[in-house]
Design a protein around this ligand. Structure first.
Ligand code: TYD
Length: 403
């Protein structure tokens, strides 16, 4: 019987994706053994209105030194950081402010703001650190916790803005994390969080988002509850419908320090969060239907001698391929632009990852599975005249414009 990580109440089991490998733990050879698996079961806390991975792998293993994900591979994400920097700067009058980003990855946001702000990134993944060094971005190569927050607050000072994108959902210890943020934040400081929004994920059927870094699926109510536990409140929310398959940007401040925007309640109503639990109850069936249809399509393509390749070795692809048991027999290769991924193999299914520079050699008649569907516009612009196989909201084909 599992209990809520936050309130300790009994959880309701929602979905199981079986045993899964760690999504970003890529293999060096096809024969390497996947040594770490976890039970991919997510449950719901009806008190906190929060979905959670009941027994997540330790973040020390998930974000270990060879973590390969680099945010800067996407033009869309770089533009997103530019817009974010601009929005937050004006919204909070952040002239010469001190800004911290937790989980800054390769430093997209810091590059844009370092000339106007005193910035500091926290990043435990060592593949990112040479990139941060080359960009001249001050950072601490460590995870963000109460100890590192206290030391930083003493040595570097407190922050006017603490920002984290696609990080909070990965951290089981929300209490420890929030306590650390409070150590770092000036009394009237703002804490801004971006993460995929569980309502968007469920409405769009994007079950592959449930990989080893997806410990929490936040609702607006759950974020309000969490903020309250730490003497904070959600003061504003921005919808980010195109980020990582549908995200929200939550703004928090200490209670009474900042006005609360009417956006908060308006978005809660507009997204009909009360209907979420019903949809979650039907989610497992939908997962099984899509997986079966996807495998059937790949088998049909193989049996009719159609060549198939993948594009974008996403963490998300690991969920789908492992759950549906699709290995290199049905999908011989995936192309990707990320230097830290090229030459490696996807965990569990051992599909090789090749350099996207070689993708131009793939004949135009070949079917291409689009794994980063969240970056569809950018990829379709780059890779014209292709026939793509997508699987959300259901299995279907699309064409990118002619070259
Ligand atoms: P993303 O959707 O951010 O993935 P995740 O599920 O891991 O969070 O990943 C984008 C992946 O796609 C990343 O490995 C880089 C790759 N990519 C390309 O190969 N070509 C491209 O044009 C773009 C934009 C991304």
């Amino acid at each position: 019987m599992y209990q809520c990580h936050l309130c300790g109440k009994k959880l309701v089991s929602i979905i199981s994706l079986g045993q899964q490998p760690l999504a970003n733990r890529l293999l060096n050879s096809p024969d390497q053994i996947d040594d770490i698996w976890y039970d991919a079961t997510w449950s719901w806390c009806d008190d906190c209105k929060l979905l959670m991975l009941v027994d997540p792998p330790s973040p020390d293993i998930v974000f270990e030194s060879n973590y390969p994900y680099l945010t800067g591979q996407s033009k869309f994400m770089n533009e997103h950081f530019e817009k974010t920097a601009h929005t937050l700067y004006h919204q909070y009058n952040l002239d010469s402010a001190k800004v911290i980003e937790i989980g800054c990855n390769d430093g997209g946001l810091e590059t844009l703001i370092k000339d106007h702000h005193d910035v500091l990134g926290f990043e435990p993944a060592s593949a990112c650190c040479p990139i941060l060094e080359a960009k001249g971005i001050p950072h601490r190569r460590m995870k963000f916790d109460a100890r590192s927050a206290r030391e930083t607050a003493e040595a570097w000072g407190k922050a006017n803005l603490v920002y984290c994108a696609n990080t909070l959902r990965s951290l089981k210890d929300l209490r420890g994390f929030f306590m650390a943020v409070l150590e770092m934040l000036y009394d009237d400081g703002v804490f801004v969080i971006e993460d995929p929004y569980i309502v968007d994920i469920v409405n769009r059927n994007e079950f592959d988002q449930f990989y080893s870094e997806y410990v929490y699926g936040f609702t607006i109510t759950s974020m309000q509850n969490i903020a309250r536990m730490f003497g904070m409140e959600v003061i504003d929310i921005d919808p980010l419908p195109d980020n990582h398959g549908g995200s929200l940007r939550w703004h928090m401040a200490r209670v009474g320090k900042r006005p609360i925007s009417t956006n908060v309640e308006a978005l809660k109503v507009a997204n009909s969060e009360f209907a979420l639990k019903d949809k979650l109850n039907r989610f497992q069936q939908m997962i099984d239907d899509i997986s079966t249809m996807f495998v059937d399509e790949l088998v049909h393509l193989r049996d009719t001698d159609k060549k198939v390749v993948g594009y974008g070795a996403t963490a998300k692809s690991v969920t789908l391929l492992n759950y549906a048991n699709i290995d290199s027999e049905l999908l011989p290769v995936i192309y990707d632009t990320t230097p830290t991924k090229v030459g490696k193999y996807l965990p569990g299914v051992h599909v090789p990852i090749r350099d996207a520079k070689e993708f131009s050699d793939v004949p135009k008649g070949c079917i291409v599975i689009l794994f980063p569907y969240n970056l569809k516009r950018e990829i379709f612009d780059r890779e014209k005249g292709r026939r793509w196989l997508l699987y959300f909201p259901s299995v279907h084909y699309e064409e990118s414009d002619a070259a």
